[in-house]
Design a protein around this ligand. Structure first.
Ligand code: 8Y4
Length: 273
């Protein structure tokens, strides 16, 4: 399976690791973005050194209940990081955004992948990616980040997530975008209870049957805490189990905070697969 994204083509014949790079103002920042930019670029280069196959750059927290950031704030966080990394990175750069304006400027700055938790449903988003050669990750979410965990509800979570991903895949294909550019993602934790998340992991192969490469994100999420205990900093081992299980069940890319440990664990999976 080949995944085409910008200037890159990834042969997904072994599990791949997408490293998470958050660009958020830090305690050293005096309101300017200089510190945040440099910390994010340094972190990204560290993740490449640890073996990341892709970098995912995000400027807005999408965790449950988080407050959205303005368009200008998101742009000023992520665009300088992408500009710097486009000269330094040896791996594809993904932009984590649902805003078409951020997608457009990120692509102009050198992004190779658009990772959209809203699966290009925002007005204008399909147009932006259709007029580019970037790879695309289409993710399932029920509700919005502000409300999604209040009352997640499905008749059959696997059937409904699968149908949503097929519908969004078809919307993207209708724009003339080649299927070699498209990843699908069940969106763990996005409007799902613990039981829904576990059901989706158990039946991941049904989503793989759609025929597109699957990306999954379970790193440090609450589902892991609910199973193994511990706060966000204590979920590494549970997360490694999740990455191993997901890739054994057909996921091609895992989106993680802990790149080095995940790369090691997935070498074992690759040897077995
Ligand atoms: C601790 C740290 C607890 C982070 C929760 C979180 C996905 C994604 C996110 C995903 C794709 C997150 C942007 C949520 N999750 N993109 N983005 N797939 N494609 N929460 O699962 O990491 S943000």
């Amino acid at each position: 399976m080949i995944f085409k994204c910008g200037q890159y083509q990834l042969e997904l014949n072994r599990p791949h690791v997408m490293g998470i790079v958050n660009v958020t103002p830090d305690s050293f920042s005096d309101g300017g973005e200089f510190n945040a930019t440099n910390l994010a670029v340094e972190h990204a280069l560290q993740l490449i050194a640890e073996g990341a196959d892709i970098l995912d750059i995000g400027g807005e927290s999408t965790r449950p209940g988080a407050t959205p950031v303005s368009l200008d704030e998101e742009l000023s966080r992520v665009i300088p990081v992408i500009q710097a990394l486009s000269k330094l990175s040896t791996v594809p750069i993904s932009i984590d955004t649902y805003k078409p304006e951020v997608m457009r400027e990120a692509i102009a700055a050198g992004a190779d992948i658009v990772n959209d938790i809203r699966a290009l449903q925002e007005a204008g988003a399909l147009d932006v990616v259709a007029n580019s050669n970037v790879g695309i990750c289409l993710m399932h979410m029920q509700g919005t980040p502000q409300t999604m965990q209040l009352d997640p509800n499905y008749t059959d979570v696997v059937v409904e997530v699968k149908q949503f991903l097929i519908d969004r895949l078809n919307a993207v294909l209708s724009c003339g975008i080649d299927k070699s550019r498209i990843l699908l993602d069940p969106g763990f934790g996005f409007g799902k209870t613990r039981a829904h998340n576990i059901m989706l992991i158990q039946h991941l192969s049904q989503l793989a049957d759609i025929g597109q490469p699957l990306l999954v994100g379970l790193s440090r999420k609450a589902i892991l805490g609910s199973i193994a205990g511990g706060d966000e900093q204590q979920r590494l081992h549970a997360g490694l189990a999740a990455s191993v299980i997901s890739t054994m069940k057909g996921a091609k890319i895992v989106r993680v905070h802990d790149v080095q440990a995940t790369v090691d664990a997935l070498k074992v999976v690759a040897a077995v697969l």
